[in-house]
Design a protein. Structure first.
Ligand code: UD1
Length: 430
């Protein structure tokens, strides 16, 4: 398995291009199942999760043509044309769903367009149990018959789905996306209340509208969808990745650097920017993106609590903990979305951080320096926090299990090295 080796201490200077969002691209790819005409998606990131989704859709008979790379000064957004006219299977097998929970996003579209879907239950994952009960309950509200058998969700809607009033008891990003897609082809009106408002949900809604869907309330917590008989083909460019952008913002700040996050949009990550500014980091919007600069003065401790959008994103909690680790004074990071999302803490402690976890909160007392170590991560964002810690630590840090990073960060080591980081990937066997 590959490793990433970092010799810390270099401030980052330069430009980092920000990719299209993985978490927007995955539901957008699933949306291709809703039509028998091609959906052209551009600005797709080159990531393992995108390949897994392509593999899953390809297995079902969706043809995917790579329409070249849209090049823009070193920023290569991939273009896929997805055509589901020759669909031959409505099953999402265990081998693929196990690799990526977001495979569950094919459930709503398959059921809406084909009246049947068989999707493996995703099961647990490192950051918590992550059930899909809310997706299933909502589909039942829309008339689906659902059974769980042999580890699979067997869903039927022989006469199609019908509109209904879906009230999510908890805000769920994937659940909102699944039901939104299903509702576009349901009979009558579907109201989705307590819907997620993440930029990736909004991006999906805009794409669905350009495919002919009738959706009102985009960007609010109540979506009203009038079902239509058919969706048509469309072209859509994936929204920029706010989590990639936030991760590199922390990299710039923590190393005392000056980096332009090219293509970045401050409006998508205001909650993080506000906390970083409060900690003393300079963040400015420029015509080409967002600039993050940190002067020599110390970073100040801060508090942050994860919440659904527009609150502070859980996907930035681990990275911000690195900033807190080298801040002056104490910080508190509270996790309210996932029950087991402090797996990076013991690894950061091994690098010299002073962190105590009390229930859902981590108290971080800033230390003057971190030191390099061999570390291992259990999930995507935890891995990125270890890379960030390695950039600021004295000596050498070796991050193992790089495959987690490859799920969510395109060309991570290249982007950081181009800004002066001493970082390299060491190819491993197997
Ligand atoms: C998405 C993101 C992930 C992010 C998360 C929260 C993608 C591909 N992934 O994940 O990066 O960390 O949003 O912002 O977009 N829940 C239930 N029952 C359900 C569904 C969810 O109890 O049926 C719970 C989850 O366990 C979790 C919370 O609701 O505690 C939020 O999960 P959800 O918003 O659904 O996360 P994902 O869509 O899986």
């Amino acid at each position: 398995m590959d490793k990433i080796v970092i010799r810390g201490g270099n401030p980052l200077h330069g430009t980092i291009p920000i990719c299209g969002a993985k978490n927007a691209a995955l539901p957008l790819m699933a949306a291709a199942l809703l039509s028998d005409e091609p959906l052209r998606l551009s600005n797709l990131p080159h990531l393992a999760d995108i390949s897994t989704m392509a593999h899953l859709l390809g297995d079902m008979g969706v043809s995917i043509a790579m329409d070249g790379d849209a090049q823009d000064g070193g920023h290569m957004g991939r273009v896929f044309v997805l055509d589901a006219s020759g669909l031959k299977s409505t099953t999402a097998p265990y081998e693929l769903v196990r690799r990526m929970r977001a495979s569950i996003l094919v459930l709503g579209p398959l059921l809406a367009r084909h009246g049947h879907a068989r999707v493996s239950l995703p099961g647990g994952c490192a950051i918590g149990t992550r059930p899909v009960d809310l997706h299933l309950k909502a589909l039942q509200t829309m008339g689906a018959q659902i059974e769980l058998s042999e580890g699979y969700i067997e869903a039927h809607a022989p006469n199609g789905l019908s509109g209904g009033h879906v009230l999510f008891s908890n805000i769920t990003v994937g659940g909102t996306e699944n039901i939104l897609m299903a509702a576009t082809l349901a009979k009558g009106e579907t109201i989705i209340a307590n819907a997620a408002r993440e930029p990736e949900v909004i991006d999906l809604a805009h794409c669905l509208v350009s495919m002919g869907a009738k959706i009102e309330g985009i960007g609010t917590d109540t979506l009203r969808v009038q079902g239509v008989d058919k969706l048509h083909g469309a072209k859509h460019a994936v929204v920029v990745d706010r989590i990639e952008m936030g991760s590199y913002a922390v990299a710039a700040a923590v190393t005392g650097g000056d980096v332009l996050l090219k293509g970045g949009r401050a409006d998508l990550i205001e909650s993080v920017i506000n906390v970083m500014r409060g900690a003393g980091v300079e963040i400015t919007e420029e015509p080409g993106g967002v600039r993050v600069r940190h002067k020599k003065s110390a970073i100040l401790g801060f508090d942050a609590m994860t919440e659904p959008y527009p609150g502070f994103p859980t996907d930035m909690q681990a990275q911000m903990m690195v900033l807190a680790s080298v801040a002056e004074g104490a910080s508190m990071l509270t996790e309210t979305i996932f029950e087991n999302r402090f797996m990076h803490v013991p690894e950061l402690v091994r690098m010299g951080a002073n962190i105590n976890v009390h229930g859902r909160s981590a108290i971080v007392r800033g230390v003057p320096k971190l030191s390099g170590a061999q570390v291992m991560a259990t999930d995507l964002r935890a891995s990125s926090s270890l890379v960030l810690a390695g950039l600021v630590a004295e000596g050498e840090t070796v991050v193992n299990r790089v495959y987690h990073l490859d799920r969510g960060y395109e060309r991570l080591e290249e982007k950081l090295a181009a800004c002066g980081a001493e970082i390299e990937r060491v190819r491993g066997e197997g």
